[in-house]
Design a protein around this ligand. Structure first.
Ligand code: AMP
Length: 343
């Protein structure tokens, strides 16, 4: 059709250039309804790496039928359905609006947003828009039903939620996917972390029967991963256990750590993907997923690893993405991986 898509090409410079040329040829031919294709096959690419003769490029002319994309898509959907069959159900909605929050009028809520960094909210769902929930102005408005969590919040000594926390909690606690555009230092970590603790502790399947972690937070750098872990460890809610996995840390130790009973993984994409490929970590049990500072992860070239990690996480998870900016690449990432999010 006339849709657009990002195409990521991996490999050596030479192979990338070849792949790019092939794709451009296909796109051109599809544009002119070309029915048959000729292809240039680099025999060297299909030879084993050992004794590969990189100078041989043979041109093979063959007639191939047009690719039946509808059939391929149907098979992929079928495979996807079978892959996720038999999973335990997920619960996502844990929000009971407090009297104080529900008593805010639309005008009061709008004024509050204006006076608090001029927060702008939208529903990115197609069709009829849902109404954006009123902000939870006090901690109790969001967590009154979780007294144990409230104790940890009081212990942290904060006076009131930051603006992003007030607006994000009533959305995320309802189980709605979210894109949070905000800078570091605005309290974004707790905006996804605290609802996440409630989410993973309140699933119908008990923690000990889940055979793996319930929450995954992907971060671009080791520093941010450690910072999130540090924040997480201040809220020892229900004794939920977290670990940090990042490149540069001891791989052996991290392999040992993921084998333990853990609830939360905070990781950089490269090292996590390494452990995933080698079957050291089970991602099927994850129901709450965060891409923290997604723009930075894309800038650092982590998109391939993120894509591969997400293939192993159940599609009906709840997902949150934070980003300091909102460029096209981040929009497309959110369209691909988040379901009917609010922003
Ligand atoms: P973040 O934007 O998540 O990196 O958070 C920046 C800092 O703000 C961290 O040190 C948090 O502990 C702190 N913080 C988070 N929430 C609040 C709050 N409600 N009030 C004051 N400080 C907070």
């Amino acid at each position: 059709g006339d849709s657009e898509a990002d195409v990521n090409i991996f490999g050596s410079k030479e192979m990338q250039a070849k792949a790019k040329a092939v794709i451009e040829t296909i796109v051109e031919r599809q544009g002119s309804n070309y029915q048959y294709s000729e292809c240039t096959v680099n025999n060297a690419a299909t030879q084993p790496a050992v004794a590969r003769d990189l100078t041989t490029v043979n041109t093979v002319r063959e007639v191939r039928p047009f690719i039946d994309w509808d059939r391929i898509k149907a098979r992929a959907t079928d495979w996807e359905t079978r892959r996720w069959e038999g999973l335990a159900p997920i619960k996502k909605d844990f929000y009971i609006e407090s009297k104080a929050t529900s008593s805010l009028s639309q005008m009061q809520a709008d004024l509050w947003r204006k006076e608090h960094f001029n927060i702008i909210c939208d529903d990115l769902k197609d069709g009829e828009k849902r109404s954006i929930p009123n902000p939870t102005i006090k901690f109790e408005d969001a967590f009154q039903n979780y007294p144990e969590l409230m104790k940890y919040i009081q212990k942290a000594g904060f006076q009131k939620p930051t603006p992003i926390q007030s607006q994000v909690w009533p959305i995320v606690l309802q189980g709605i996917d979210l894109v949070g555009v905000s800078q570091t230092g605005t309290g974004k970590t707790l905006s996804y972390l605290l609802p996440g603790l409630i989410h993973i502790n309140s699933q119908p399947t008990p923690r000990e029967q889940r055979n793996g972690p319930g929450m995954l937070v992907l971060t671009p750098t080791r520093e941010l991963a450690l910072q999130v872990r540090n924040e997480c460890s201040k809220y020892a809610y229900k004794n939920l256990k977290s670990i940090c996995i990042y490149g540069g840390g001891s791989r052996q130790q991290q392999i040992k750590d993921v084998a333990k009973d853990i609830d939360i993984i905070i990781a950089t994409p490269g090292r996590l993907h390494d452990l995933q490929m080698n079957n050291f970590v089970n991602l099927r049990s994850i129901t709450y997923l965060v891409l923290d500072e997604a723009d930075k992860m894309l800038d650092m070239g982590f998109q391939p690893q993120i894509m591969k990690i997400l293939l192993d996480v159940r599609p009906d998870r709840q997902m949150i993405m934070t980003s300091a900016t909102w460029p096209d690449a981040i929009r497309r990432l959110s369209q691909t991986y988040l379901k009917e999010p609010m922003i």
